[in-house]
Structure formats: structure tokens, C-alpha cells
Write a protein that binds this ligand. Structure first.
Ligand code: PMP
Length: 393
């Protein structure tokens, strides 16, 4: 069986997080390692009723093959929401329904990247995007992420000195860093990119999950001609349906549809119809409000516990939304080594390494706060604080 695999797949490692999650299935471990939305908030009964309703009303119609672009009713709903929530004009024909925004990343890689093409990534960056793009063998240019967005000088240098095809970013409630881009940085990036061929991939699965502060304009609003916007129902409804979307201008969309057809013909149509029925029959804003409130309380519990139990010189981000918080240990302390000790103390997190391109033994780590209640969070952070304190002396 020698030599049967493509170079493309051979060079890309398995998801490190999936490996870590195996360690944390032990129920006695308090896990801040996952990246999951809180299952207690899933609208189980509403999904049950919506499922029965689409079958009662539309029968076999919702079980047939369907359009590659996705169900028009759902695309219209998404377009309408951009209009009412963000005052962004999106034509339903500029929307492609995908199997989660993760598929959107793969389709964009397939559509845009040739071997060696230049791609700017945030450092740290979303692991799933690093993995998705890696299959298309680009040259990555990691730009350090600060608490208000990427380092602008380094970003400008990269765009001026290379033919950057893509800039991938998560401007709201970053995974893993928990930060959001300020208006100043958004404008600065739009100014640098304007007039170039660089496409900003604005990945926004968490944008609706704000519990503090005020919303900033999307890159799609600031510089639509250079932006492709990704959205998802994973964090505001449920992830198991695997339904997300790409918003892109016509010439990009035409190519994405070809890639989509080659990949899976179309996104699960039954799932699209159930989600659409759910959104039609139930007030989604009330549901999102419930999620925001719960995550806000859990985030506060984590921040308070960190203040109390972590050594004072440890830096961490204070997210205004989303599900993650990012911790920076003192220089030279490897988060992987802290992880091994933490597991022995029955608390888990994700060490920073997989969020960097070609770096090992970094001193940063990600904590997830969406899945643990206040008491468990306190206990877990207390244990972690003890591990860190003993480590750094
Ligand atoms: N982008 C980011 C930044 C994410 O955090 C995630 C989920 N972990 C995704 C994309 C993928 O989400 P989806 O379920 O829509 O594929």
C-alpha cells in the first residue's frame, strides 16, 4: 500500500483537538477543552414539532434532491436577517447554503487556492481553517493577533509585499482568542485591502452571541467587493444539522456552486426545511437572547474565578461574546506541559499549539466557558490556578 495517498492529505495532521477531546470523555474531568454550544439550550421540542410539520405539510417534497444553491426560502430568511439586524443588502442569490461554515472554508480553498498561493492567517487562528486551507498547500503568512485585531503594520506589509489571495479572519468573538476587532482596525484593514485582489474571508459563526459591548460593522458592509462572509446555524440553533452559508458576489458564487456540486450536490435538504420551519414558527431572537444570557453568566463566573485563583501576572482576554477566553502564561512556560499536569488534577483545556502554524510549546491556552455552569467553572479554574501557580513558582 505504499504511495497510495495524495501529498495533499499526507501532509495535513489529524485535528489535535479531536485527540484531546478523547482524554476528556472521563466524566470526572472538568473540561474547558471542548468548543461545543451548550446542549441544555438546544430547542429539542421545537425541532420535533418543526420536523413533523414539514412532513405533514410538504411530505415527499422535502425528501427529494434539491437545488445546489440551497432552499430559496432559507436563503431569503438569511438575507432578510442581514437587512434587519445589520442593515446589509444581500441578494438571496448571493447566498450558498453549505454543510456548516466548515464546508464553506473547504469550498473557498478549492475555488481560490493554487499550490503556494499566499494566504494571511491570524496567529493564533481557527484550527479548522488552518486544516481546511492546508489541503490546498498555500504559503501561510501568520500575522499576530492583538486584543483589537491583527497587527496592522504586519498586515499591511504582507499585503504590499505579496500577492495575498485570502485573508482569513474571525472578527467577532474569536476562536480561539476571544477578542473582537475594533472599528478602527476594521477600517484600517478595509483601507489596506481596497483596490487589491485580496479576498477577506470573514468567518462569523459567533456574531449573534454578544453579551457585552456594541456591535461593529461587518467587513461585508465596509468593503463588500473584497469580502466573502460565512455564517452558520450551529451556534444559534444546533450544530448537528450541519447547515451554514457563504455570502459572495456573483463571479465568486458561480465558481463556488461548481465546487459545491462536485462535493455533495447540495446541503441536506430535509435539514434546511426543518430549520426554515423552525425559524418561521418560533421567535429565534428570544432563543438567541437565552443563549447570550447563559453564556454571559458563565463567562463572568470564569473571569471572576481567574481573578481569584490565577497568579496576578497571567494575562487573559475578556470576551464580549462567543464561547472562548485565551490565556497567556509567562514566557517560556509550555501550555502542553501544564495540560499534562492539569489532566492529573482532573481539569482540561486546549494548549495553544494547534492554533499556530509551525509553532510548538507555546505559552498560550484556550478555555471554553459555554458548557460548564458557574460552580463547576469555579472549581475547574481553582484547580487550574493551583497547577499554574505550582508550575511557575
Ligand atoms: N469557524 C469558526 C471560527 C468556528 O469556531 C467553527 C466551529 N467550531 C466553524 C467555523 C465551523 O462551524 P460549522 O458548525 O458552521 O461548520
Amino acid at each position: 500500500m505504499n504511495g497510495i495517498f495524495s501529498d495533499r492529505i499526507t501532509d495535513v495532521p489529524r485535528s489535535f483537538i479531536r485527540e484531546i477531546l478523547k482524554v476528556t470523555v472521563d466524566e470526572s474531568i472538568i473540561s474547558f477543552a471542548g468548543g461545543l454550544p451548550n446542549r441544555d439550550l438546544f430547542p429539542v421540542n421545537e425541532i420535533k414539532r418543526a420536523t413533523n410539520k414539514v412532513l405533514d405539510l410538504f411530505g415527499a417534497d422535502v425528501l427529494q434532491y434539491s437545488a445546489s444553491e440551497g432552499f430559496l426560502g432559507l436563503r431569503e430568511w438569511i438575507a432578510q436577517r442581514y437587512k434587519t439586524r445589520k442593515n446589509i443588502d444581500v441578494d438571496p442569490d448571493d447566498i450558498l447554503i453549505t454543510a456548516g461554515s466548515q464546508q464553506g472554508l473547504d469550498l473557498l480553498g478549492k475555488t481560490i487556492l493554487n499550490d503556494g498561493d499566499d494566504v494571511v492567517m491570524e496567529e493564533p487562528g481557527y484550527l479548522g481553517a488552518i486544516q481546511a486551507f492546508s489541503l490546498y498547500k498555500p504559503t501561510f503568512h501568520p500575522i499576530p493577533l492583538e486584543t483589537d485585531g491583527v497587527d496592522i503594520q504586519k498586515f499591511e506589509q504582507a499585503v504590499r509585499n505579496h500577492n495575498i489571495k485570502l485573508f482569513y479572519c474571525v472578527p467577532n468573538f474569536h476562536n480561539p482568542a476571544g477578542i473582537s476587532y475594533t472599528l478602527e482596525k476594521r477600517n484600517a484593514i478595509a483601507d489596506i485591502v481596497r483596490g487589491t485582489n485580496t479576498i477577506i474571508i470573514e468567518d462569523d459563526p459567533y456574531g449573534e452571541l454578544r453579551f457585552l459591548g456594541s456591535e461593529q460593522p461587518s467587513f461585508y458592509k465596509l468593503i463588500p467587493e473584497n469580502t466573502v462572509l460565512l455564517g452558520s446555524f450551529s451556534k444559534i440553533v444546533v450544530p448537528s444539522f450541519r447547515i451554514g452559508w457563504i455570502v459572495a458576489r456573483k463571479e465568486v458564487m458561480e465558481k463556488l456552486i461548481i465546487a459545491k456540486q462536485a462535493s455533495d450536490l447540495h446541503t441536506n435538504y430535509f435539514g434546511q426545511r426543518i430549520i426554515h420551519q423552525l425559524l418561521t414558527d418560533y421567535p429565534i431572537d428570544d432563543h438567541i437572547q437565552t443563549i447570550r444570557k447563559a453564556y454571559g453568566i458563565q463567562r463572568d463566573a470564569m473571569v471572576e474565578a481567574i481573578e481569584e485563583y490565577f497568579p496576578k501576572d497571567i494575562e487573559y482576554t475578556k470576551p464580549e461574546g462567543g464561547m472562548f477566553l485565551w490565556v497567556t502564561l509567562p514566557e517560556g512556560v509550555s501550555a502542553v506541559e501544564v495540560f499534562n499536569e492539569a489532566i492529573a488534577r482532573k481539569v482540561a483545556f486546549v494548549p495553544g499549539d494547534p492554533f499556530y502554524i509551525n509553532k510548538k510549546g507555546v505559552n498560550t491556552l484556550r478555555l471554553n466557558f459555554s458548557c460548564t455552569n458557574e460552580d463547576t467553572t469555579r472549581l475547574g479554574i481553582q484547580r487550574l490556578g493551583e497547577v499554574i501557580t505550582s508550575r511557575i513558582g
